[in-house]
Design a protein around this ligand. Structure first.
Ligand SMILES: Nc1ncnc2c1ncn2[C@@H]1O[C@H](COP(=O)(O)OP(=O)(O)OP(=O)(O)O)[C@@H](O)[C@H]1O
Ligand SMILES: [Mg+2]
Length: 277
């Protein structure tokens, strides 16, 4: 669009920008990656879903709510006093001031103090309110959560419309899923009727292991009972994923031809199809 200062073209240009912003706000999706069981691939999924969506041309903001801050440490070496903790306890009023630009995308970093949020006590919709002003800039906000049932996670559930639950093919993951669902269901009934479990994602899958196949079938049944589905795509155990983290990158950008990158791209396509895009 040719811009001419103060002229008709400027007005058209501004109108188109406003239209795009409104469209974005309407379609905007906040996705929480959750599982109260540790080490199921939440952070890796958050990172690579975000990288795949970015590669598809979407604008993505990552939010790290985990006091371990693995996502933050992967994306930036920068320490910041304006972070998800300062937002939750309202030390920072403006979420825009928390956003750091990183080579993999925009991030609201986590902080060690997130572990003390439950002791301090915060409102249930603080995150929702804090993120509202920045939502119109992004197509997707992806929230990485800790492996505990905390006020941070409840805040994430209340401000999201989509949930993705990464699980590993083992029995304890199946038990954890049942407990997770009870909390999600309560939140949906009491606070956020728009919250949808988009699906359960099997990670670190070893196709040649008989046990993995057996557990996969159990997850399929369990998912049905919980009113959701297992994603058809599974994320295979892939050493390149571990390697990519050493280089502080998503596997999508580190080695686009690796199985890890292929799996996360297929998963993203399936996710977009499932939500009808
Ligand atoms: N598909 C995969 N193949 C190989 N290694 C993987 C895969 N997915 C994740 N990992 C490795 O498993 C470990 C746990 O993954 P990740 O940190 O994403 O789990 P998490 O659920 O976020 O853990 P936490 O609950 O501690 O936050 C990491 O070291 C990561 O490198
Ligand atoms: Mg994690």
């Amino acid at each position: 669009m040719h811009k001419r200062k103060g002229g008709i073209y400027t007005n058209i240009y501004i109108d188109i920008e406003i239209y795009r912003e409104r469209k974005r706000a309407k379609q905007m999706e906040t996705i929480t990656i959750c599982n109260r069981k540790g080490g199921t691939g939440k952070t890796v999924t958050a990172l690579n879903l975000g990288a795949s969506l970015k590669a598809e041309g979407y604008k993505v903001l990552y939010v790290d709510l985990d006091s371990q801050r693995n996502l933050t440490r992967t994306l930036t070496a920068q320490e910041s006093k304006q972070n998800s903790f300062s937002l939750l306890v309202k030390e920072t009023e403006d979420a825009k001031r928390c956003i750091i630009e990183t080579p993999e995308g925009d991030l609201i970093p986590g902080a060690e103090q997130l572990a003390s949020v439950d002791r301090l006590g915060i409102g249930l919709d603080v995150l929702k309110n804090a993120l509202t002003p920045v939502k119109k800039k992004y197509d997707y906000i992806i929230i990485d959560t800790p492996a505990v049932n905390s006020l941070c996670v409840i805040n994430a559930f209340i401000c999201s419309n989509s949930l993705i639950i990464p699980v590993q093919a083992d029995l304890y993951s199946l038990y954890a899923l049942e407990d997770e669902y009870k909390v999600i269901d309560q939140i949906r009934k009491k606070y956020n009727r728009f919250l949808k479990i988009q699906g359960i994602l099997l990670t670190r899958y070893q196709a040649n292991a008989k046990l993995s196949k057996l557990i996969k079938e159990s997850f399929e049944e369990e998912a049905k009972e919980l009113g959701t589905r297992l994603f058809d795509t599974v994320i295979r155990e892939n050493i390149t994923i571990k390697e990519s983290l050493l280089y502080c990158k998503s596997v999508i950008n580190y080695k686009p031809k690796s199985n890890g990158a292929k799996d996360y791209r297929s998963f993203t396509v399936e996710y977009l199809k499932r939500k009808g895009q």
